[in-house]
Design a binder for this molecule. Structure first.
Ligand code: DX5
Ligand code: ZN
Length: 218
């Protein structure tokens, strides 16, 4: 089963509530929320206040992607705001195991994100502690970038390891996903797909979202 998580980073912030409702109606499975601090990534987006504002509007899982330093300091805020998933970058968390435990203890499902260059080996020791692995297929910081294909073999490797260990972990892809780029990723074993510009950049969000989903399910 393929899940689509529209990234609100590409939405019209002046009418964010309507945008969320529209993609929910279009068949979104999760709502992806990109939090950027201007330190770990070269861009600033928004914080927990936006999660708090969206929470009462939708029953869909809120998938919070933290592209920030000092994640430990903010986990409680995002949990209280209503996050269902919190993913943190291996590159930004020197005490990753502790951070994962903090997320779990705050009642949220933890996930780990790998930048395009990061090897999967860094997360093998904590696989049993997480619900989600997110592979970046762009360098994080901005929407609308080009998909980096060399990430796909890593997805295939990890998917095989997860199967062999009999674990149930979602594999998510983020960056440059559209109805073409989803195909190799789904074949490699990913099942949750973030799409920003490929959904919010289109007039007919339902048609855009469903076309991506169909391509992934083929
Ligand atoms: C990039 C973000 C992505 C981004 C995806 O740093 O993590 O979630 O919004 O946007 P598209 O789908 O346009 O590449
Ligand atoms: Zn993201």
């Amino acid at each position: 089963m393929i899940k689509i998580a529209p990234s609100i980073l590409a939405a019209d912030f002046a009418k964010l509530g309507e945008e969320v409702l529209e993609v929910e109606k279009a068949g979104a499975d999760w709502i992806h929320i990109d939090v950027m601090d201007g330190h770990f990534v070269p861009n600033i987006s928004f914080g927990a206040i936006v999660v708090d504002a969206i929470r009462p509007l939708t029953k869909l899982p809120l998938d919070v992607h933290l592209m920030i330093e000092n994640a430990d300091r903010y986990i409680e805020d995002f949990a209280k705001a209503g996050a269902d998933y919190i993913t943190v970058h291996v590159e930004a968390c020197p005490h990753l195991h502790r951070t994962i435990q903090l997320i779990r203890a705050s009642g949220v499902k933890p996930g780990v994100v790998l930048n395009p260059h990061s090897p999967i080996e860094t997360i093998l020791p904590i696989l049993e502690d997480i619900d989600l692995v997110l592979f970046m297929t762009v360098n994080p910081g901005f929407g609308g970038q080009k998909f980096i294909e060399s990430v796909v073999p890593k997805v295939e490797q990890l998917s095989k390891i997860i199967r062999e260990k009999g674990l149930s972990i979602d594999i998510q892809i983020d960056g440059g996903i559209n109805e073409e780029t989803i195909i190799p990723c789904a074949k490699a074993g990913a099942n949750v797909f973030v799409a920003g510009s490929a959904i919010f950049g289109k007039r007919d969000r339902r048609e855009a979202l469903q076309a991506i989903k169909r391509a992934g399910e083929e």
